[in-house]
Ligand binder design. Structure first.
Ligand SMILES: *Cc1c(COP(=O)(O)O)cnc(C)c1O
Length: 477
């Protein structure tokens, strides 16, 4: 690590040139990324940049000192509420991202029941195994226990399983609209009915779908019910920095009524400084990304969102058909939206991912978990939708003559085994040993990722987590 703090300052050009240089290796928004990038084009990016800078100095910590932050947030939330057809009296909060929206929804549920049902001492949430990792983070941070709900062969939550696992300690039922990995919407009405029957809350995670599903519906495409028109849905999250096409740092958490949101807030007057009331996890927070979000909405307008939704859906149907007609490939589930998962029938899926990388595409290699096998995840956005024909041609070519699925080398499997057993053997394994075995030197990734993916895929989820902590710790040392 090298410090970035010279004794005497450098010129603006020099400093900015260094920043631009760092950015050179980052993933590009050039239509070649089929994960991570949500890009509505040059004009959306340009106006976001200007608006980001214009709102940068506003601090959302105090909406009375910075009334612009209140104006921006109320306008943004009114738009979100309208899109997901929230009833009169519904409210919301602008957050820094999907993870924060979910943490706040879980916190609101926990604190709501602490007040209304203090007899619940070990609160639980019913969570489909396909729900986003951020619910596990919320659970870990907030001391809420997860009860995993199984999914069916289409990767949708099994309502019967949820019902069987409902106990008097459950405070929250969760469904995704859609799930990130497979792009399928859980049976939200059935889950919401179950929640309501037991007098508990129901959160719909529409982080990735909230800015697409309403516009698919407006295009006449069938969308499963998922929003506030479903009786029993009490909160919903939707990310503006995904398909809202805003820069990173904006999402929304919406609540059916104010009493629930009161439980989301945190107020403190027990110290010698200024009293606080925070709607989110942060204290001081810039309105930069929120300002950019509002500018992008105003510039693109509903029509562009509707057009983009249609374009992304057409590209998705095309690519799904390619997967279904290419020998050696298998679609894991027909998606409800423009993101999906596919795998290989016998060839090595991680080799396939490397071949696509070599052809200039970014795809997301994903590990086996529960009912879901190791697969490649694709996210369609307006940018890459223009390139699906070229992508499809490369995918067909790359899927031919794949080597059979491979296991990590025996010596690596032994290390995994030691890590799984824990104790002294595991303590002796240091990160350099593991990373060296994988060809990661000085945080530089090797040109082929398949060996790393095979290792992580072969590891149990617990060991996988340990390895990831080792790896990221190494990157930041
Ligand atoms: C992306 C995503 C999240 C988390 O959002 P972040 O903005 O990355 O924190 C939660 N749920 C789903 C379904 C998502 O796709």
């Amino acid at each position: 690590m090298t410090s970035v703090f010279p004794e005497h300052g450098r010129s603006q050009e020099e400093v900015l040139a260094a920043l631009a240089d760092h950015r050179a290796k980052d993933l590009k928004s050039d239509g070649h990324a089929f994960a991570f990038v949500y890009d509505a084009g040059d004009d959306a990016r340009a106006i976001a940049r200007e608006a980001f800078v214009a709102s940068m100095g506003a601090n959302g910590l105090d909406p009375t000192a910075y009334p612009s932050t209140r104006k921006l947030e109320n306008g943004f939330i009114a738009t979100c509420l309208e899109l997901v057809r929230a009833p009169q009296g519904a409210v919301g909060t602008a957050t820094a991202g999907g993870t924060e929206s979910v943490i706040l929804a879980v916190k609101a549920a926990r604190d709501f029941f602490r007040k209304t049902r203090p007899e619940i001492t070990s609160p639980k949430m019913l969570l489909p195994e396909t729900a986003h990792a951020c619910f596990h983070k919320a659970a870990a941070y907030l001391g809420v226990e997860i009860v995993t709900v199984d999914v069916d062969e289409s990767f949708r939550a099994k309502v019967d399983d949820a019902r069987a696992k409902m106990t008097k300690d459950v405070i929250l039922v969760v469904g995704s609209a859609p799930s990130y990995a497979h792009g399928v919407v859980d049976p939200i009405p059935e889950l919401a009915t179950l929640a309501k029957e037991h007098g508990v809350l129901m959160h719909v995670d529409a982080c990735v779908g909230g800015w697409v599903l309403p516009f698919l519906r407006e295009n006449g495409i069938e969308v499963p019910p998922f929003d506030f028109t479903v009786d029993g849905v009490t909160s919903l999250s939707m990310d503006m920095h995904k398909y809202g096409f805003a820069p990173k740092g904006v999402s929304a958490v919406l609540m059916r009524d104010r009493a629930l949101r009161d439980a989301q807030y945190f107020a403190c007057a027990k110290w010698s400084g200024y009293s606080i009331v925070n709607s989110t996890t942060l204290g001081s927070k810039s309105a930069a990304a929120l300002g950019a979000a509002v500018a992008v909405l105003g510039h693109l307008g509903r029509a562009r969102y509707r057009e983009n939704a249609k374009k992304m859906w057409n590209a998705t149907e095309k690519l799904c058909a390619v997967v279904q007609t290419t020998p050696g490939l298998r679609l894991l589930a027909k998606p409800d939206m423009n993101l999906f998962a596919f795998t290989t029938t016998e060839g090595d899926v991680f080799e396939l991912a490397d071949r696509m990388t070599a052809r200039g595409w970014h795809v997301q290699a994903t590990y086996a978990f529960g009912a879901s096998p190791a697969h490649i995840h694709l996210t369609l956005d307006p940018g890459n939708s223009d390139n699906v024909d070229a992508f499809a041609a490369d995918l067909r070519a790359a899927a031919a003559d794949l080597p059979p699925t491979q296991q990590p080398p025996a010596q690596v499997l032994m290390l995994l085994d030691q890590l799984a057993k824990g104790g002294e053997g595991a303590a002796k394994i240091d990160s350099s040993m593991l990373l060296g075995a994988l060809g990661i030197v000085d945080g530089q990734m090797p040109s082929k990722s398949a060996p790393i993916h095979r290792l992580l895929n072969a590891a149990s989820p617990d060991v996988r987590e340990k390895l990831l902590v080792l790896f990221i710790g190494e990157l930041f040392s």
